[in-house]
Design a protein around this ligand. Structure first.
Ligand code: KIV
Length: 272
């Protein structure tokens, strides 16, 4: 059973920990630009993630690997200019933190300083422990990301459910505990069995935000363009579509083209 929803003027790391303690689920969505972020923020979202999924959704790349730090900073600063309420977390892109904790800190400082973000997110467990510690030592909040980690797609070869085998589940639990002990304020768990995700959420004090990880976690995240039904070809089982914006936009564009070609638009009232 969930407790009464407390109204937060601004969402902070402290509010998120309080939400977990009070059994209030955390709602997180992605945004990559000012206009979308403004609508998402004013709708009352708790966290906006400027995800490296921008590489797919905004730039049309097949994977998240090509997006650069400069491009992430551009997206993140556009989002930050729009928000008044939520916490803004920005993905560290591939190649800006793995295997080099000094680079991880430098990349995170750029995101905080140039974009005005509130926290960074990175993928992986023990292998990025040193980077996590170094970023945290500068007072920069870090969100972890375990389970399906799209930046490692070429290591695994598929986007299938992760940690189905006992040894993988054990490693995931160890990594989650390590991230909490290092000082991460939350962890995204992507595409893992619901039972495992619930176990992790129950065993940790920090919020676990799921995507394809069932309802037993402390919050949910979706890619906004997917949940709005703009990316019609992407249809994983975990995705609930809250609108059919692809069709709505397509209908509007077709009508506009018809109106221009038939000189119905602009009419007398729409000119000077
Ligand atoms: O980049 C992203 O959008 C993400 C979410 C899928 C969690 O990491």
């Amino acid at each position: 059973m969930s407790a009464a929803k407390k109204e937060y003027k601004r969402i902070t790391i402290k509010s998120l920990l309080e939400m977990k303690a009070n059994n209030e689920k955390i709602a997180m969505l992605t945004s990559y630009d000012y206009t979308m972020a403004k609508i998402v923020d004013q709708s009352g979202i708790d966290i906006i993630l400027v995800g490296d999924s921008a590489s797919n959704v905004m730039a049309g790349h097949e994977t998240t690997l090509p997006i650069t730090l400069d491009q992430m900073i551009y997206h993140a600063s556009s989002v930050v200019r729009a928000i008044e309420h939520c916490l803004v977390v920005v993905d560290l892109p591939f190649g800006t933190y793995q295997g080099n904790s000094r680079l991880a800190l430098e990349s995170s400082i750029r995101i905080m300083k140039e974009a005005g973000a509130h926290a960074v997110k990175l993928e992986g467990g023990s292998q990025v422990g040193e980077s996590v510690s170094r970023i945290l030592s500068a007072g920069i909040p870090v969100m972890g990301h375990l389970g399906l980690t799209p930046q490692s797609i070429y290591k695994f070869g598929t986007y299938t459910v992760r940690a189905k085998k006992d040894d993988e589940a054990k490693k995931l639990k160890e990594d989650a505990l390590l991230l909490e002990q290092l000082g991460c304020f939350a962890i995204v768990l992507e595409k893992v069995p619901a039972k495992l995700a619930e176990e992790v959420a129950k065993s940790l004090k920090i919020p676990i935000i799921g995507i394809g990880a069932g309802s037993g976690v402390d919050g949910q995240v979706l890619v906004t363009h997917d949940m709005l039904g703009m990316t019609v070809e992407f249809q994983p089982r975990f995705l609930r579509r809250y609108a059919n914006i692809y069709d709505e936009m397509s209908t509007a564009f077709k009508q506009y083209i018809t109106d221009v070609k038939s000189v119905d638009f602009p009419n007398k009232k729409e000119q000077y």
